[in-house]
Design a protein around this ligand. Sequence first.
Ligand SMILES: [Zn+2]
Length: 501
Amino acid sequence: MEVTVYGGASEIGGNKILLKENDARIFLDFGISFKKTSEFFEFPLLQPANIDDLLKTGLIPELRGLYRYHDHDAVYGADGPRGVLENLEERRHDAVLLSHAHMDHYGYIGLLRADIPIYLSKISKKIIELYSRAGRTEFHAKIDHLQFENLEKCSQVEVKDLRITRFDVDHSIVGASAYFIQGKKNLVYTGDFRMHGNQKHLTDEFLRQVEKEDVDYLLCEGTRVGQDKNEEAPSIEENTTSSEADVKNECIEIIESEEHLIIYDASQADLERVKILHEVAKKTGRELVIDSKKAYMILHLNEDERLMDGLPQKNDFKILLGRSKLSSNQKLYKELTKTCPGFYLETRDAGRKNHERELLDDTSISPDNFIWGPELRENLLKDSNEYILYTSNGPLLLLHCGTCRTQFSGTYIYGKAEPFNEEMEFTFNRLLKWLDLCNLKLAHAHTTGHCYPADLKDAIATINPKHVISIHTEHPLEFKNLIPTGCGLIAPGLFTPLTLN
Ligand SMILES: [Zn+2]
């Protein structure tokens, strides 16, 4: 058996791990490394535009029989493309095991061939499809050609000589999976997981199952390993709570002592947090206002096969549409702006696409539930003790709500990971500028989607592997304090095959 890490070694995220045994080749995740991407590219002017841009910068590995269009060549004439040559390549990879629907684990799957099955949980598939329909526009975002295979919890699939079992685990997105792979050696891939969230029982069950097995290698995530020793970064422990239940209680406490505006800022994909804020809103007598993309996810996860319980129902919350400009070549615009061309005018309907179009066309949602345009947004701020504005992009929300004459007052509850690298510090400092500008107090109510080091130590002891391969961490060697005596530690290099004896 051989493992090659093409992403996720000495970095958090970007997992692309190739597992080979005889002629079987499977990838564990196929995600985007945001850190590596930012080393070569910068939004919006320096962006990759095709697969070759990613191959030449080493953001994805140059492997045959893996990618869609890898074997296509364009032929150009003096006046443009003349044709496309296809040298049909044979498939050389058998499957992808996808751990969860975070971009750093699945973001590049759209580049893959149509004949490579992608195994995942039902809910991960749904979330990935919804994100795609909500208007991802990158060249690698197309996923319609892919062959998704739902693998039920604890069920198995055989890929050549490898037997694969999928388990549910708790993480900051629903539908997260860990995998047990049996071949000449037995290997466990944790994906991203934690032991202190609302779905803790799932991680417990996974551990109970793999505990019975003889595990030779544990590919283990270590997002939080060694982080607290980094004195340059603010302490993670300081401003974060220890469980999702604590997040709820802290939110209630903060909101009950605030008479004005409340904004809660959490990651777009964290739907468990939506459930919590739904309860917090009921408890504090406020109404949730949710951005259109998240509203779209919630409505579909509620309605299609009831994939998730406890989410707010249609008409339990207001939907904040994005700021959409009335196009300057439209008749109405021309009529209204005869004397002032270039003036900014918004629209409720025209130009709305993808998920916003679908929401507006849904006749079962009351039209009063949509908030759009400067007046309705201004009203949110006037009646500020009636709402909790739930956002994933605080600065954008603050940019859109209110005018230069608006006086804000209230509390901004930060429900995301504290910054632990330079880029995140930069983003966080930008948020602080906005809070300062808008006169908002900062509060924190968050718990991490990843295991605390002490929990990780317990999980590793339970699985009891012969070796740990430390991935999805900036401190791969710090695992030495977490593994039992006699267990080997391997800190993999990028693009370097490891033979598993
Ligand atoms: Zn994740």
